[in-house]
Design a protein around this ligand. Structure first.
Ligand code: ZN
Length: 368
């Protein structure tokens, strides 16, 4: 259950999308030799190293339009380090959670509740750090839905000025939210200015505060800048894949995997998502004959990938039973619906006999 302030933050985080147009296209390929050196020095397995280089490039490409040209190289270095670190964390997590994947046990709910609680606290804290007037205006706009024109009248300002102020407030809120969630006070005086310039996608300001150099020197900012830079890429990107024959299962799996990788999902999660998509699309081919899968990046309540599989087949008479472990929907092959459910973070099935089935599932991205 999210409080009112939670709703405000959700709205604020998604409300403004980066508007910076790409004005140049520095060749990201030039970064590859450097990235290979950085990754190669830390990861000996060649295939894994190449994966990490690619993962880094995906992220650099995603951030390219939001940062000033001089920042691309430092950003790539910082990203490579983060990607390596999150791989190690991921391996560790995977070891600890191995039983889950193997035994297909349900995810532990208490963890999730704790996370939701921490999220709420961070949002409340971030809001509290805004100025009174900033906060009031933001809440009036995001929660009460008051438009910029009527706000301008109240504030004795212009609609354009109010809109610009709202953008600055959102940029600050994102920074304060990340700091609150990390429970970190920035180590340097320049940290907030750098994070703010990145959060607002303000390239001129990024140059002024020499954000590029700061990211290389400051671990905290290197870590926190990641979600800020990739934010612009998290607008709704929806892809629809028709499902009829076995080959469509492969297409769906690859499409989803690619989108997930672009969004910053890594390693095991990519495999889990692709496997879950295989399972639900296989069901469509076997039982319904035809249907479709839509996949979409979501930003709320945090970055995630949403997959919806729909068909107009015979439907599932007993969903409870179909979701029971060991209940195999076809010849004992694959994992079926219970398996797909365990692989994803959110899972819901709606089915009507004679009309069809809709499976909705979401995987949340690990913060890295
Ligand atoms: Zn810093």
């Amino acid at each position: 259950m999210r409080g009112a302030s939670g709703a405000a933050m959700s709205a604020a985080l998604s409300a403004d999308q980066g508007s910076a147009a790409p004005e140049h296209a520095p060749d990201v390929a030039d970064l590859i030799p450097m990235l290979r050196r950085i990754v190669g020095a830390r990861v000996s397995d060649q295939a894994a190293a190449e994966d990490l280089v690619q993962e880094t490039l995906v992220r650099v490409l995603a951030a390219r339009d939001r940062v000033e040209p001089g920042m691309l190289e430092p950003y790539a270095i910082v990203t490579a380090r983060n990607v390596i670190a999150s791989m190690w964390r991921e391996e560790d997590r995977q070891r600890r959670n191995q039983h889950r994947v193997v035994d297909l046990r349900p995810p532990t709910a208490p963890d999730e509740e704790l996370l939701a609680g921490e999220e709420r606290t961070a949002i409340a804290e971030a809001l509290a750090r805004l100025g009174d007037r900033e906060r009031r205006t933001l809440l009036a706009h995001e929660v009460a839905g008051q438009d910029t024109r009527s706000l301008a009248v109240e504030l004795g300002s212009s609609a354009g000025a109010v809109a610009a102020q709202l953008n600055r407030t959102r940029a600050r809120l994102r920074v304060e939210y990340l700091l609150a969630r990390e429970q970190a006070e920035p180590p340097g005086d320049r940290c907030r200015a750098v994070l703010l310039a990145i959060s607002g996608g303000d390239r001129r300001r990024q140059r002024q505060v020499d954000a590029a150099r700061h990211l290389l020197e400051c671990d905290l900012c290197a870590r926190l800048s990641q979600p800020l830079m990739e934010r612009g890429q998290q607008r709704e990107e929806e892809t629809r894949i028709p499902i009829r024959v076995d080959a469509d299962i492969v297409t769906a799996r690859q499409t989803v995997r690619e989108l997930a990788a672009r969004m910053g999902f890594v390693g095991t999660d990519l495999t889990l998502i692709a496997t879950a998509v295989s399972e639900v699309t296989r069901n469509i081919v076997r039982f319904a004959g035809s249907g479709e899968v839509t996949v979409e990046a979501v930003a709320e309540p945090r970055a995630g990938l949403n997959v919806v599989a729909r068909d107009t087949g015979p439907g599932i008479a007993d969903i409870e039973q179909a979701l029971t472990d060991g209940y195999s929907t076809y010849n004992g092959l694959g994992l079926g619906l219970p398996g797909a459910r365990r692989l994803m973070d959110e899972f819901a099935v709606i089915s009507q006999t004679g009309r069809g089935t809709t499976v909705t599932m979401t995987k949340w991205r690990q913060e890295g």
